[in-house]
Design a protein around this ligand. Structure first.
Ligand code: R5P
Length: 290
């Protein structure tokens, strides 16, 4: 029984300070559960509202991609400079130290590779996502691809259903359909489809024309993939323009791990995404850090 001797009367009721109800900082996620919001707040920096995700999931469709031959040597030293690591469960279990504390966005679907027709994926067992303590599940949707559009949309719907039960947000990943142009109209449609089916945030590609419309019509945050390797200054400019147009961050891979100086590149990208550095200043930072 609790000892009542010396019991101290409660008195700090803060009558003059109403309990705060703070709005959640990420657009379109106000009405989600506490677990989803808490995990999103680990991926996105609540101060800047932005994120630098480090993507290294390429091997699940491409095999030993340049820069990812030895993830332990190339990616592990970069993890502490990222806000979130995006990878497959195979890489996670085999080479990522479980002592690291960054949130994981787990690639949660897999299937066909570059050797056949891409995108005919199936989703992982959600229990495995919980076992590895993932903070988000990434599932690809192939809008406009006749063979895989339906199955990949179902994959997203199923993953969102599981995620809602468990409090785990879902990143909708827009694949590029073979028969559709890679323009703002296409990515506007694809990102919106992901959001409408329940994704908490969406990954897409930057478009020179109309990207602000892609962001505006998507009711949840957008992060951009980097795409193929560009000269460092151009990659920083890509990130800058995407952020200026309203993107909430980047999920970049090749432009980091294929850079001559990946660590300097991580720092320069973070400067753009979190601190609003211009491409010129960020490139200077890259050169200073080289
Ligand atoms: C592709 O398989 C993955 O979804 C990548 O994570 C994504 O494309 C981002 O990587 P990158 O910046 O190299 O395009």
């Amino acid at each position: 029984m609790a000892d009542m001797d010396g019991f101290k009367e409660a008195s700090a009721y803060g009558f003059d300070q109403p309990q705060k109800n703070e709005a959640f900082f990420l657009k379109g996620n106000e009405n989600r559960g506490w677990g989803v919001k808490n995990r999103l707040a680990r991926i996105f920096n609540p101060k800047s509202g932005h994120t630098v995700m480090l993507a290294c999931d390429h091997g699940f469709i491409m095999g030993p991609t340049s820069g990812l031959e030895r993830v332990d040597l190339t990616i592990n030293p970069l993890i502490e400079y990222a806000d979130c690591l995006m990878c497959t469960r195979g890489i996670l279990r085999s080479v990522i130290p479980p002592t690291m504390s960054k949130p994981i966005c787990l690639r949660s679907d897999g299937g066909t590779t570059i050797l056949t027709d891409l995108n005919l994926n199936r989703v992982y067992d959600v229990e495995d996502v919980v076992r590895v303590n993932a903070s988000a599940m990434a599932v690809m949707v192939a809008c406009g691809d006749k063979a895989s559009e339906m199955i990949t949309t179902q994959n997203l719907v199923h993953t969102v259903d599981m995620g809602e039960k468990l409090g785990i947000p879902v990143l909708g990943v827009t694949a590029v359909g073979k028969d559709m142009a890679r323009d703002a109209r296409y990515f506007g449609l694809a990102t919106r489809v992901c959001a409408e089916n329940g994704a908490s945030f969406v990954k897409t590609y930057y478009t020179e024309e109309g990207f602000e419309k892609v962001v505006a019509q998507c009711p949840v945050p957008i992060v951009i993939a980097g795409g193929k390797k560009l000269p460092e200054e151009q990659a920083l400019e890509l990130a800058y323009k995407a952020i200026q147009a309203g993107a909430a961050g980047v999920d970049m891979g090749r432009n980091v791990f294929q850079s001559a100086k990946p660590l300097a590149m991580m720092k320069a990208i973070a400067g753009v995404v979190h601190n609003g550095l211009t491409p010129k200043d960020a490139f200077q930072l890259y050169n200073d850090e080289k």
